[in-house]
Design a protein around this ligand. Structure first.
Ligand SMILES: [Zn+2]
Length: 113
């Protein structure tokens, strides 16, 4: 499961940060997971408690921000919101777009103590 690997990587980063800052645990963490990041939220929610068990993230408050998928058509240069990964441009029907928002997969902020 891809999502489990992602959460394990987040745990690793949190672990290293806590160690480096000589803290003890993470109080809260905010993640940015774009709607086109390829993360399935059902699988993510399932993987999170499994992967954070016995880690510095075990009791952390988790907040997830989900930026909408915004693309710019490379044919007519109009901007639009994608609802599916393979949505065509609503204006000209082109499939060649540049996704400039919505594929985020990162830790936005983290508070440690
Ligand atoms: Zn277009």
């Amino acid at each position: 499961m891809h999502e489990l690997t992602v959460v394990q990587q987040i745990v690793k980063i949190a672990d290293e940060t806590v160690l480096k800052e000589q803290a003890r645990k993470v109080l809260n963490i905010t993640l940015e997971i774009g709607e086109c990041s390829g993360i399935e939220m059902g699988a993510f929610d399932f993987a999170w408690p499994i992967a954070v068990r016995d880690s510095v993230l075990e009791y952390a408050d988790l907040k997830v921000i989900r930026p909408k998928a915004r693309a710019e058509c490379q044919q007519c240069f109009s901007s639009f919101t994608k609802h599916q990964p393979y949505d065509p441009c609503p204006k000209c029907g082109s499939f060649i777009h540049h996704l400039y928002q919505g594929n985020e997969l990162k830790i936005k902020s983290m508070n440690i103590i």
